[in-house]
Design a protein around this ligand. Structure first.
Ligand SMILES: [Zn+2]
Length: 135
């Protein structure tokens, strides 16, 4: 009986400690986190995307590519797999906009447009969109 109680206690402790302060970033997303942090510093913003978990998973609304809840970004893998590098960056930056910068959606072509902005438009004027994003 004592052994069983000890085992239960140890299992509880392991579960508790691993859930506390644990952060998961899928390797697919790491370059974009580094880009975001570098862009933030370059554009004079103090916030970083270092405390978020970013994982592939199911969306609340099936057709969306990404979502952010309680410090956790979830990315739709079906969507991610067919995106270009720039589209992936816009998708993640949009979620960083919600999760890290506390931004809401806007009604004009922008990183924070509710549906992913056009990647060619973004590339044509990236500095402008990034400055607006980090202002
Ligand atoms: Zn959004």
């Amino acid at each position: 009986m004592k052994t069983l109680i000890l085992i239960i206690f140890v299992l509880f402790l392991v579960t508790f400690l691993s859930a506390c302060g644990h952060r998961t970033v899928d390797v697919s997303f790491q370059p974009y986190v580094a880009d975001f942090n570098a862009d933030a510093v370059r554009l004079g913003h103090s916030k970083k995307a270092d405390s978020l978990s970013i994982v592939f998973g199911k969306m609340d609304v099936a057709e969306t590519c990404g979502q952010c809840h309680d410090g956790m970004i979830t990315i739709n893998k079906d969507c991610w797999d067919v995106q270009t590098d720039t589209e992936r960056k816009i998708t993640l930056y949009h979620e960083f906009g919600h999760c890290v910068l506390g931004k809401s959606h806007v009604e004009t072509e922008d990183i924070m447009y509710p549906t992913r902005m056009n990647a060619v438009v973004f590339e044509g004027n990236a500095d402008h969109y990034l400055e607006r994003f980090f202002e």
